[in-house]
Design a protein around this ligand. Structure first.
Ligand code: ADP
Ligand code: MG
Length: 743
């Protein structure tokens, strides 16, 4: 008999319907310590940056610290103890009891190990924090992924403070911990984390860009840094629904679930009014982030029901990457206070939009020359010379992205993003660049031009000075491109919502750095023939525009025609994650990263292994979860229902009723059960085969991405059919409509 009491899912929905918004705490009650609602009064109150140390350090020590931060240099041993003492006093005054090096192993998340400030001197307790504790720490590193770089029996690695990212106090449930943003390296200097290679890529881009700028006559540049504004998309659903879904709990996405009659087709969610409970949650997330100095400036509904986005004001990349980790962690934690669950997975629900993380990226200058300091290199300028400079950096991005599209694709290759790339709403796995009408015209005119005109004349004739206004008006920008120029920055849109952006951005930095270096050499060679620098630059830029024509695409990236066209153009299309990751092992990627010094050979190899292993683990977790759900939830529901139909049919027959319509439905459900059993058997077989494979990562990944994914798709189809047939009272899993359209 079907249970007459309604399943948990119904009770959950009833409870949820009664919930109201949890009021957002006043910042003064929430540890900010100021009786003000003005964000500017408590912004960054839980961080301790360089500026706050000014009054407390000698001029000399302060200058050294600023240099360490601004120019990415190491802090010298004389200054470190002074800085440590100041940080300790600040943290203890704020109520912190512990400190931790906060770092980013290759798990996509952050890691921390807390140590108390408490120590003892002659038996008396006191708070202490030494320079060496600030600068270096040694976590037990054996359990972090290393891709074979560091055998577990010599699990020695250490974390080292990265002063470019301000220390902060994490405050959860009233517990305050001083967090010291750090890199994580092995004893021989191997990068074991996501941040070290990113810092290296920033350094190399800076060096190459300065060389080019000097050649262009722009002197006094101290550093060129990249800027990053990651737009974080996410879903918020009710915690009670989440808890009833093993797939969401285990894999972060629904592995089964029939599409509801209404998805996003009414287009009523995007930019719609934010529901009150969600609004309260988001406001509290923002409040926590403001205290940590994370400049969140936009919030809105996204396209799918229950999908949202928050975006910061852009910052220097190294800081923005840390801040994005804080955004993800804070979303996850604060949502729970509101009985909500943040889903950061790239594709939590089939059939509606997934989530990405558009990475807005550009390059800026630090210089003692005020005309150049803070200048954005991808911002079109006013004079012909400024525009030549703009175009040469633009050309470098085009060359980098064109040449290293495979590496960039590898950088966004995860099991989650696989469901998104190439799905209807997301950019396809083909990396192309969108430029907009006007720039396309400029680029094509230059590419097809003859070099008779001087650079200055050419800039004037093409009206490049009009670019800033034209770009501002360029409202209907192509939304389907994986990599789009949006006026004064590029937007790398194919990045996944849950991933750490350090890796893809590091690859982008490196690809562009290499291109800048090559372009510089070409200009130098040209200067042997041409006298005027700008003319030499234009000549080289012309060559780059010609050579990269294939990567520029202004049309609809979602169309089938584009897939064919891209193939004709020779652009790679790596649809599945294993083949995308494989691009990390090619000679071309190797030459890029190893030659630039971003990775050693071993480090690069370990990246490939860590990422491939992660893909395999994700797939195995999903397949196990699915099999269990089929066995313990879907099949039992189907049997309960078909049993009740059989029973009622038997009763009808016994009562002498001649029309027994139950039989038709029972047969249909019987057929669906058989389909599911068949799919389950295939899934199980593939799972066992995959688990029986040892030391053959690539073959394992290949099996999972083909037969594994197919088996899951088949099982899902059969399960979803059953969901739509069985008595609602037999079904225990929250349905899509309940999770996505809370009432
Ligand atoms: P949209 O692209 O949605 O119209 P904006 O152009 O204002 O919105 O910017 C979106 C994101 O791009 C924001 O996070 C913003 O800070 C960031 N952004 C703006 N300028 C830059 C830049 N020079 N470098 C990196 N990110 C930038
Ligand atoms: Mg968006």
């Amino acid at each position: 008999m079907p249970s007459t009491s309604s399943p948990h899912r119904k009770a959950a929905s009833r409870d949820i319907a009664k919930r109201t918004a949890r009021p957002v705490p006043h910042p003064s009650e929430n540890g900010a310590g100021v009786p003000s609602l003005k964000v500017s009064d408590y912004f960054g109150i839980n961080t301790f940056g360089v500026r706050q140390m000014r009054d407390k350090l000698s001029r000399d020590a302060y200058a050294k610290l600023v240099a360490a931060v601004r120019l990415g240099k190491k802090l010298d041993p004389d200054t470190a103890p002074k800085v440590a003492a100041i940080i300790r006093d600040w943290a203890i005054a704020k109520g912190a009891t512990h400190f931790t090096h906060w770092f980013q192993p290759q798990t996509g998340l952050t890691a921390e190990k807390h140590d108390a400030f408490l120590s003892f001197e002659d038996g008396a307790p006191l708070e202490s924090f030494s320079a060496s504790q600030l600068v270096q720490s040694e976590p037990d590193a054996s359990s972090f992924p290393s891709g074979g770089l560091r055998a577990t029996w010599e699990a020695r690695g250490y974390t080292a403070w990265n002063p470019a990212s301000p220390v902060f106090i994490a405050e959860w449930a009233g517990v305050k911990t001083l967090c010291i943003p750090s890199v994580f390296i092995g004893y021989n200097g191997e990068a074991l984390d996501e941040v070290t290679p990113l810092l290296r890529s920033s350094d190399v881009l800076s060096a190459k860009a300065i060389e080019l700028l000097e050649l262009l006559g722009d002197k006094g540049v101290q550093r060129v840094f990249t800027t990053l504004g990651p737009e974080q998309e996410y879903f918020l659903i009710d915690r009670d629904h989440f808890a009833l879904r093993p797939d969401l709990v285990m894999a972060g996405r629904t592995l089964i679930g029939a599409p509801p009659p209404r998805g996003q087709q009414l287009e009523d969610h995007y930019f719609g009014g934010i529901p009150e409970r969600v609004q309260a949650c988001i406001a509290e997330v923002e409040q926590e982030l403001y205290k940590l100095g994370v400049p969140i400036v936009t919030r809105h509904n996204e396209v799918a029901p229950s999908q949202f986005e928050m975006a910061p004001r852009f910052e220097e990349t190294d800081v923005a990457v840390d801040h994005n980790q804080l955004v993800m962690a804070t979303l996850r934690r604060v949502a729970l206070r509101h009985n909500l669950q943040a889903l950061l997975h790239e594709k939590p629900f089939a059939g509606i939009n997934g989530s990405g993380k558009h990475c807005n990226w550009s390059m800026s200058i630090t210089a003692d020359n005020p005309d150049l300091d803070g200048f954005n290199l991808l911002k079109p300028g006013k004079t012909p010379h400024q525009n030549i400079r703009f175009l040469v950096f633009l050309a470098a991005v085009l060359r980098g992205v064109h040449k290293h599209a495979p590496a960039l694709r590898a950088g966004i290759g995860t099991s989650g993003n696989e469901h998104r790339l190439g799905a209807n709403e997301a950019p396809p796995a083909i990396i192309s660049v969108f430029m907009g009408d006007f720039l396309t015209h400029v680029i094509e005119s230059i590419a097809s031009g003859k070099s008779t005109r001087s650079a200055e004349e050419e800039m004037i004739k093409l009206g490049v000075t009009r670019l800033p206004e034209v770009q501002r008006d360029n409202t209907d920008r192509n939304r389907t491109s994986p990599f789009a120029f949006t006026g004064n920055k590029f937007e790398f849109r194919a990045v996944g919502s849950s991933q750490s952006i350090a890796f893809p951005v590091m690859l982008l930095n490196a690809a562009v750095a290499e291109a800048i270096g090559d372009i510089t050499s070409e200009i130098k060679a040209e200067l042997k023939k041409t006298k005027k620098v700008d003319d030499a630059v234009l000549k080289v830029v012309r060559g780059v525009f010609k050579e990269t024509a294939a990567v520029r695409f202004e049309g609809n990236n979602y169309s089938e025609d584009w897939v064919k066209e891209a193939a004709k153009r020779g652009l790679p299309n790596f649809r599945r994650t294993p083949e995308a990751l494989k691009q990390l092992t090619t000679k071309q990627t190797h030459d890029l990263l190893v030659k630039l010094g971003v990775f050693t050979e071993e480090e690069l190899e370990s990246r490939y292994h860590v990422r491939l292993e992660r893909y395999i683990k994700d797939m195995l977790i999903e397949m196990h979860t699915m099999r269990e759900m089929v066995d313990t939830l879907v099949l039992p529901a189907a049997f309960t229902y078909s049993g009740s139909l059989a029973e009622s049919a038997a009763q009808a027959k016994a009562a002498g009723i001649s029309v027994i319509p139950q039989i038709e439905t029972a047969n249909a459900i019987g057929k669906a059960i058989q389909d599911l059993q068949k799919a389950r058997a295939a899934l199980s077989k593939t799972l066992e085969k995959a688990e029986g494979m040892h030391d053959e990562l690539e073959a394992q990944a290949q099996l999972l991405t083909s037969q594994g994914a197919d088996a899951m798709a088949e099982a899902r189809k059969a399960s979803d059919a059953i969901e739509l047939m069985v008595d609602d009272n037999c079904w225990h899993l929250p349905k899509y409509r309940e999770m996505l359209f809370p009432v």
